[in-house]
Design a protein around this ligand. Structure first.
Ligand SMILES: NC(=O)c1ccc[n+]([C@@H]2O[C@H](COP(=O)([O-])OP(=O)(O)OC[C@H]3O[C@@H](n4cnc5c(N)ncnc54)[C@H](O)[C@@H]3O)[C@@H](O)[C@H]2O)c1
Length: 432
């Protein structure tokens, strides 16, 4: 199979490396495209060095010509979120299948264009929800499918981003709501997708609160960062800022971003306390699902530790999973939690809490990425997936609808009915 990749930044490397190295006996990278010539050349050089292949490269504006000349079977979209729709639609219209990074897109107009193009072309859209494949999260699906806690009635789900990872969403395109949809779309698409999949339902009514409470100019002042510059590179107070991202000190970041700035002015290390940030860092969402399950959800982007806590309440008992990914965080000092950082507990009514040995894996995103790549690039040799982890445009759409509706609720202070929202944009979507 021939693959073209559009967007040759950090994330495309996972797909590129898998195709060129792990699955190179059956797949090839037919072409690469980007708006940034430096990153494009870097990626093509990597393919040359690692797969002994001269891969054709294209300016992103020549995307249609790339498809016509190189005839890829599948286009992989790893550009910033707000541009996904453009390439998904163009690739589908040209007769290609599509694999897109999450979130599938950022708003309802873009969503409609993707759904229409998919329906008209009949080609496939795969959304790479790697979180479903993390062994411990697949295990939760396994336990819930077994009916151990009976009917699921309510869920408490909290996700904490620490001051290293969380801060990173405030440095570049993610920090503008019109480019990422805000964290409730950009980041929570993973979480809301997990929830839709875990409880086998879709969101119906949503209320939310959210604000930027921490990454603010006022906080910079309180931290003694008066006189800060617009970015870390060359910032007069960089030495005393715990949030500094030192691009020069990291060979990979230096090559991918600092050395590429001349081409398009994309700055990877803008100040996380800048005034022009338009996304929230503190969000709480309540959801009523089609199957009547209710959800309380919290996302905070400046926690002292990173991880998640999820509790499923059921008619027979509770299932609780906690994952402390990293802790002891500040000023770039992060300590990865050991295996005991992940716990799962089943507490059935009338019994004592029972600790469940957690399924483990290895590789990026807690062992998720290698399993997902196996199902994408080598499906014939994988076991049939009894958990239904692969996701298409329908699951991609439902995963962003909670965040899009929550954004509307934050703006209007009103409860948002998802069916009404879909009707407003003339979108029809099957409920799972
Ligand atoms: N599933 C995950 O765990 C995961 C992790 C990281 C990123 N992602 C997703 O991957 C995507 C890329 O993220 P990233 O961190 O690699 O970002 P990035 O900024 O490092 O890379 C984006 C690339 O796209 C290029 N680009 C920008 N505008 C473009 C346009 N209009 N046309 C073509 N190319 C364009 C940039 O030059 C850059 O090379 C995002 O959608 C992000 O949400 C997913």
């Amino acid at each position: 199979m021939k693959y073209a990749i559009v967007g040759t930044g950090a994330r495309h490397q996972m797909f590129r490396n898998a195709i060129a190295r792990n699955y190179g006996n059956r797949h090839t990278i037919a072409a690469l495209a980007d708006v940034n010539a430096h990153r494009l050349t870097l990626s093509a050089e990597w393919v040359k060095d690692n797969a002994s292949r001269d891969v054709p490269t294209y300016e992103a504006s020549d995307f249609d010509r790339m498809i016509a000349e190189q005839r890829p079977d599948t286009v992989i979209v790893t550009t910033p979120d707000f541009t996904h729709n453009e390439y998904i639609v163009a690739a589908l219209k040209a007769g290609c299948d599509v694999i897109t990074e999450k979130p599938m897109t950022t708003d309802l107009t873009r969503l409609k264009s993707i759904l229409d193009a998919q329906r008209e072309s009949g080609k496939s859209v795969t959304v790479s929800f790697n979180y479903r494949y993390t062994p411990a999260r697949t295990q939760l699906k396994d336990i819930l499918l077994s009916g151990a806690i009976g009917e699921i009635t309510a869920v408490d789900f909290r996700w904490y981003l620490d001051r290293v990872h969380g801060a990173d969403y405030f440095r570049r395109w993610h920090r503008y709501k019109d480019r990422s949809g805000g964290l409730l779309v950009h980041k929570s698409t993973h979480h809301f997708d997990l929830l839709n999949w875990w409880i086998a339902s879709t969101p119906k009514r949503i209320t939310a609160n959210g604000r930027r409470a921490f990454y603010t100019p006022e906080m910079a002042k309180a931290l003694g960062l008066d006189g800060r510059g617009p970015r870390c590179h060359g910032c007069p107070v960089a030495d005393k800022c715990d949030f500094r991202l030192d691009l020069e000190a990291d060979a990979a970041l230096n090559a991918l971003y600092l050395e590429a700035e001349g081409d398009d002015g994309y700055l990877r290390d803008k100040c996380v306390f800048a005034d022009d940030i338009t996304i929230e860092d503190t969000m709480q969402v309540q959801v009523e699902y089609a199957n009547k399950t209710s959800l309380n959800y919290t996302l905070v982007a400046y926690s002292p530790w990173e991880g998640l806590e999820v509790k499923f309440h059921g008619t027979k008992g509770e299932l609780t999973h906690r994952h402390v990914e990293v802790h002891g965080v500040f000023g770039g000092k992060r300590d990865h939690a050991h295996q005991d950082g992940m716990t799962t507990e089943l507490h059935l009514a009338g019994g004592l809490p029972q600790s469940i040995p957690v399924w483990e894996g290895s590789g990026d995103h807690g062992g998720a990425d290698p399993v997902m790549l196996g199902y994408i690039f080598d499906k014939e040799n994988m076991e049939p997936d009894r958990y239904g982890r692969s996701s298409n445009q329908v699951q991609g759409a439902w995963s962003i609808l909670t965040g899009i509706a929550a954004n509307r609720s934050i703006a209007t202070r009103e409860v948002v009915d998802v069916d009404a929202l879909l009707a407003e944009y003339d979108i029809s979507l099957p409920r799972g």
